[in-house]
Design a protein around this ligand. Structure first.
Ligand code: PMP
Ligand code: GLN
Length: 379
């Protein structure tokens, strides 16, 4: 058939993980932990399966989970969304992002995103007939220039997509960024899709700044999160989004025909987990900061230049001192010849990306990180 997405290939994450497997390389490319999530969560899943909670969940998500999310949101961001009208449980954050974009973006609407940007946004915008306007952020800090941002707005701007903590740059937005965003869009009918899947992995001293903590912006926003990141269970594919009732109603129209509803026993287990072990996510910044530091320290004698890392479980490294290859070819070479798989940064950018940067995932056991660093230090 004639392709609706002719320029699109297989995601870089799938490509690099496959190459890592083929060459038996240490896989620091695709973002997933090489350790297991909490025992308690696994036990609760088995419990709910044994109890017979094995039929369709309600379309919007099981009540206990939506209520636990509402309470967690209030505890963290000082705002309690309505569990019935404002919270929708989705098949991972990926589904939430797709449903949000499909619900909001009409043919010809302009959508602003910041490059480097996560790979699932652009195809969803394109399939909805939207026009993506990408604003390129610059290393090492990847901060938004709010004047330049305001200059990109037009009468057609419908949606702004942001991601904090940011994959792949590992930077985080400050409260001031949200204030500047509101100042730029407040008078216009522009919506905000805030991808906060790493909300519990911020190393900034002020913690995670959520769009949900901004009283005006949250009236226009869909905030997206993922239990896969928070509980080390990327394979469970359960996420959620929070948005005011009117926006949620539109999003649910898409969600109900995309997946209808999400794995019932997993939702019940996650509700138990949120209620019983909130310490898990409260300790997550320290947990991941320790892993980040293991990798940074182990690479200190390498010729890689490590960029600042304020959040997520990714670290950027500049390899200009090692190779003149472009980043895609460097990552192939690194996987095949050195035995370490990483992600090239240019794939997250539309414009030519002149930097020599790769992304390394540190959601790994210490032994994995040290083994990878040993290989990288020989370069
Ligand atoms: N957004 C970002 C920025 C991500 O890094 C990821 C996962 N890697 C997702 C969305 C998708 O999350 P999920 O696995 O829950 O679909
Ligand atoms: N989001 C993960 C990453 O950035 C990958 C998710 C996927 O493979 N689709 O590595």
């Amino acid at each position: 058939p004639q392709s609706k997405l002719p320029a699109l290939g297989t995601t870089i994450f799938t490509q690099m993980s496959a190459l890592a497997q083929q060459y038996k390389a240490i896989n620091l490319s695709q973002g997933f932990p090489d350790f297991d999530g909490p025992r308690y969560l696994q036990e609760r899943l088995a419990y709910h399966v044994a109890q017979g909670a094995n039929q369709y969940a309600p379309m919007t998500g099981v009540q206990a989970l939506r209520e636990a999310i509402a309470d967690k949101t209030e505890a963290l961001y000082g705002y309690k969304p309505d569990a019935d009208s404002d919270i929708t449980v989705t098949a991972g954050a990926t589904e939430a992002l797709y449903a949000a974009i499909t619900a909001l973006v009409r043919k010809g609407d302009e959508v602003i995103c910041f490059d480097p940007s996560y790979d699932s946004y652009a195809p969803a915008v394109e399939l909805s007939g939207g026009v993506l306007k990408r604003i390129a952020l610059q290393p090492p800090h990847f901060r938004v220039d709010w004047q330049a941002f305001a200059a990109r707005l037009s009468d057609k701007t419908r949606l702004v997509i942001l991601n904090t903590p940011h994959n792949p740059s590992a930077t985080v937005w400050r409260k001031e960024d949200f204030a500047a965003l509101w100042q730029a869009i407040g008078e216009k009918e522009i919506y905000v899709l805030s991808d906060e899947v790493y909300e519990h992995i911020s190393f900034a001293s002020e913690g995670h700044a959520s769009v949900l903590a901004h009283p005006q912006l949250r009236q226009r926003a869909i905030a997206v999160s993922s239990f896969g990141k928070t509980f080390h269970m990327t394979g469970w594919k359960v996420g959620y989004c929070v948005a005011p009732a009117a926006i949620s109603a539109e999003l649910r129209k898409v969600h109900q025909y995309l997946t209808f509803s999400v794995n019932t026993p997993a939702q019940l287990a996650l509700a138990d987990m949120l209620r019983t072990e909130p310490e898990h996510y409260r300790q997550l910044p320290a947990f991941y900061q320790a892993r980040r530091d293991v990798l940074v320290n182990a690479l200190s004698s390498s010729r890689l230049e490590i960029l600042p890392c304020e959040g997520t479980y990714f670290l950027l490294a500049d390899y200009s001192a090692i190779s003149g290859l472009d980043d895609v070819n460097f990552c192939q070479w690194l996987t095949k010849e050195v035995g370490v798989a990483a992600i090239p940064l240019s794939v997250f950018c539309a414009d030519p990306f002149p930097h020599k940067l790769i992304r390394l995932c540190f959601a790994k056991q210490e032994s994995t990180l040290l083994a990878a660093a040993e290989r990288l230090c020989k370069l």
